[in-house]
Design a protein around this ligand. Sequence first.
Ligand code: LLP
Length: 437
Amino acid sequence: SGTKRINEKNHLEIGGVDTTDLVKHFGTPLYVLDEFEIRNKMREFINTFKSFGIPFQVAYASKALCTMAICYLVEDEGLSLDVVSGGELFTAIEAGFPTNRIHFHGNNKSVAEITMAIEAEIGAFIVDNLYEIELIESIAENKQKRVNALIRVTPGIEAHTHEYIQTGQEDSKFGFNLVDAAYNAAKLVHQSKWINLLGFHFHIGSQIFDMKGFEKAIERMAGFYRFIHDELDVELPIINAGGGFGIHYVEEDEPLSIREYVVSLVESFKYHFYKQGLKLPEIWIEPGRSIIGEAGTTLYTIGSSKNIPNIRKYIAVDGGMMDNPRTALYQAKYDAAIANRMIYDQSEVVSVAGKACESGDMLIWDIELNSPVAGDILAVFSTGAYNYSMASNYNRIPRPAMVLVNEGEAELIVRRETYSDIIQFDVVPERLKKNKV
Ligand code: LLP
């Protein structure tokens, strides 16, 4: 998808740039982001909402991939930004992102993070628990600044996705359970002098392919808004349905289009809120993966291989779980190609291993590739979301660089880490230095 194509040299091209040229200039491993594709996805969300003529906000979930350049793109396309930590908030502020379009998430926000957010006058807190309500209340009072909040609820819906990325079921660390806990939280915030209650938030999971979970959750939320309306005599202006729209990693994945996700969501909101005799609140969503996931490709250089006759052939690349931990963590599946020989002459089934000292460090199990050899460039697709943002320096391996490609140009947006970067936080006590002979 996006602007990927095979050029005259039989090479993979992204955004009009030959990937073998990218490798020459920037080295491997390399994260490549297709700007056109990112902007397209953002526009598809915005334009579908606009076609309904209703008020809305689409907040990009920056946990999927957060860098300053990405914040610029998000701002440019008119989206809001969902942040979940002081680090993401700081990145947005440094990028000059309009703070009134920032929504702050998290189940254990610190005093320092809340203070930073209140000082920056962010758009809204997504409040997760009673402890946080107390903290916000006292810090807001201290700063004499009123804040907006949505209360996060757990609607009791299990999305059909990997258990580590489900979030809406009752037994979850996030949010207030329906109905009692959520109602008590609403009463508390409603009475607060410093917190302005805008509505509720729910998020049922990630990489979701069908709308059944959303529909069920929306039905419950509409009933809950009715209950709040009757008990507290307020018509809350906003509802936030979180993120979670699935994307295409491998052939068997069949996500809906962004337009289909949004249309179904809005229609479901209309149906259930009208049925409860309520006005349609302003709808907010927080997509991450569906905006940035398919726009990312990681380029690696293939090195060693190990053939175990009749069992498996491993080929190793110069990255691995350090730059993409998703296969090791979630048994995630990826598609890939030999970027310097796109048209197959001889196919071979191999498994792609990383270079970390750990057997679980695999990127792809059993994939058919154009008989890879050392020196080939492997392109792994759909790596834009939760790759760089979850990357580590395991084995003291520097993190890759990231480039943004568009219309034949490639620009660095994250520079490659160096060995000096790796040791920059190390401190050797003088006492140890003295003992060195
Ligand atoms: N809103 C909330 C409250 C969330 O918890 C998340 C994701 C999102 C929005 C964005 O979801 P998305 O549209 O990206 O699916 N590391 C895992 C995914 C964890 C998702 C965490 N929350 C992975 O690599 O699959």
